[in-house]
Design a protein around this ligand. Structure first.
Ligand SMILES: Cc1cc2nc3c(=O)[nH]c(=O)nc-3n(C[C@H](O)[C@H](O)[C@H](O)COP(=O)(O)OP(=O)(O)OC[C@H]3O[C@@H](n4cnc5c(N)ncnc54)[C@H](O)[C@@H]3O)c2cc1C
Length: 363
């Protein structure tokens, strides 16, 4: 295909790359306050095109962000059923426990598309648009992107990388920054288990992160995060092991694979510089203990929206300071993940039975 070239330079106050939960929340909050352009590689309708591989569990902190924004989640975004406990399985010790959790089970793709519909019309949004390059010149950010088979170039005073784990913005402004990345693999099959359930699975022989299963809308999602080397073999070995422990897998109808960040140090969190900002997973804001990231995406967007609505002399410094409590919380998750992925500590915690809710079988 021959790509058309449309090189009319347009000027904006702010360019947002990526409209996952982080970018869509930021665009919504800054609409009408500054001239905003937002690019997203997802299509706005239909099932085709890019969709984010995700468990689609909305944690209480994410629910709180919606309470603060006064937004209710529509039913078409919700999945069936809602489950209140997680069966935690330690394959090495053979211990299994049930812990109460307050997640909302959602359809992640429907959630992302719905969040984009909340962006007011004042924002110039390009769906199905791929940002290919950014550069800083003459105190402005210049972006080259492709949309509708045409090349565009725009410039903006501020740029925000809300472009997820493999962020182009992060790679451009911090070319030497390395953050631990794992491969997340998820397989969807028809759910043939007798009752729907969530699970969380630990087995250090196959991963020093963790694996999970989620029943959703008649499907059984089985996934895990694995070191990049041998990730598929490790996934298959874990799936076979769980089949031996009673998990039932129907025929796989969808397979997903993507990079997921697995922060392990304080320096892994990066917020941006030179009027470029990182929010959500692009900044490394994801829990190392649960890989939950939607709440941090929403929270970081909220902090940045407040700063950019009335930018002071050094908005990068203001954003760095504003996200301090969030980074401390995420550092706490790194420490928690070290405990949970240490076979001895995990054994002690699970063996103690603390917070375990035993099931009472009828009859
Ligand atoms: C397998 C898996 C399961 C997970 N399960 C959960 C869960 O159950 N609950 C939870 O809270 N978190 C979960 N997470 C984490 C969560 O998905 C992320 O932390 C969250 O999506 C981060 O939101 P974000 O907006 O920062 O980035 P993303 O959701 O990754 O959004 C980035 C967006 O940027 C766009 N984009 C990227 N590059 C470009 C480009 N160059 N040009 C234009 N657009 C671009 C894409 O369209 C994408 O939608 C999971 C992650 C994985 C990998």
């Amino acid at each position: 295909m021959i790509l058309g070239v449309l090189l009319i330079m347009e000027y904006y106050d702010l360019a947002i790359i990526g409209l996952g939960p982080a970018g869509a929340a930021l665009a919504r909050q800054l609409a009408g306050k500054m001239r905003v352009i937002a690019l997203d590689k997802k299509r706005q309708s239909g099932e085709e095109g890019f969709s984010k591989p995700c468990g689609g569990l909305l944690a209480p902190d994410a629910q709180r962000a919606f309470i603060r924004a006064g937004i209710s989640i529509p039913t078409h975004v919700m999945a069936d059923p809602q489950i209140f406990s997680v069966r935690t399985v330690d394959c090495q010790s053979g211990i299994s426990r049930n812990y109460q959790r307050h997640y909302l089970n959602i359809n992640r793709h429907a959630f992302d598309l719905w969040m984009k519909t909340l962006i007011p019309e004042h924002v110039t949004v390009y769906h199905d648009a791929l940002c290919k390059k950014i550069r800083h010149q003459d105190d402005r950010w210049h972006l080259a992107f492709e949309s509708n088979a045409q090349q565009h170039e725009v410039s903006a005073q501020f740029i925000v990388g809300a472009d997820g784990a493999d962020s182009l913005v992060r790679r451009t402004i911090y070319p030497d920054h390395k953050i631990r990345q794992y491969i997340a693999i998820q397989h969807w099959s028809r759910d043939i288990n007798p009752t729907p359930f969530y699970s969380c699975i630990f087995d250090n022989r196959l991963t020093d992160s963790y694996a999970w299963s989620i029943s959703k809308d008649g499907y059984f999602i089985f996934g895990g995060a694995f070191a990049q080397k041998d990730s598929t073999r490790r996934f298959t070995a874990l799936q076979e092991q769980m089949a031996g422990l009673g998990f039932q897998f129907g025929e796989t109808v969808k397979s997903e694979k993507c990079k997921v960040l697995f922060p392990s140090r304080w320096q892994d969190f990066v917020c941006g510089k030179n009027n470029a900002f990182l929010i959500g997973e692009a900044a490394g804001f994801i829990s190392a203990s649960s890989l939950e990231g939607i709440s941090y995406a929403l929270d970081s967007a909220e902090y940045l929206a407040e700063i950019l609505a009335k930018p002071g002399a050094n908005p990068n410094k203001d954003y760095w300071l504003a996200t301090r409590s969030l980074r401390i919380k995420l550092y706490g998750k790194i420490l928690k993940s070290r405990l949970l992925t240490s076979p001895l500590c995990r054994y002690a915690i699970m063996k103690s039975g603390i917070s375990h809710i035993a099931s009472v079988k009828a009859g």
